[in-house]
Design a protein. Structure first.
Length: 95
């Protein structure tokens, strides 16, 4: 499954601060349909991601009925993006 969307980078100031892009509702609902087939536990789903010219792998985090895409420091630096920026995201989920 491949999904494309635009999203704003948010900063989560939890015990382990990190940057995420919330997956929009429609795309989150599409992921939920296959979630049980692709999760490796705790609802976490491995994905390949493309932001700009940067490809990376990560895992979607379930949050409040949707999903968050973690954005690694190396990706933020390579794409010169930060909290509040809106970026185009391509997600690939192997079914």
């Amino acid at each position: 499954m491949q999904l494309e969307f635009d999203g704003e980078i948010i900063h989560w100031r939890g015990p382990s601060p990190f940057y995420f892009i919330p997956v929009p509702d429609d795309e989150s609902n599409a992921i939920k349909i296959i979630a049980n087939q692709v999760t490796y536990g705790w609802g976490v789903i491995p994905v390949s991601v493309r932001i700009g010219n940067t490809d990376f792998t990560t895992s979607l985090f379930p949050k409040d009925g949707g999903y968050l895409v973690p954005v690694k420091v190396a990706v933020r630096k390579a794409e010169n993006i930060d909290e509040g920026d809106t970026v185009s995201v391509t997600l690939d989920i192997e079914e």
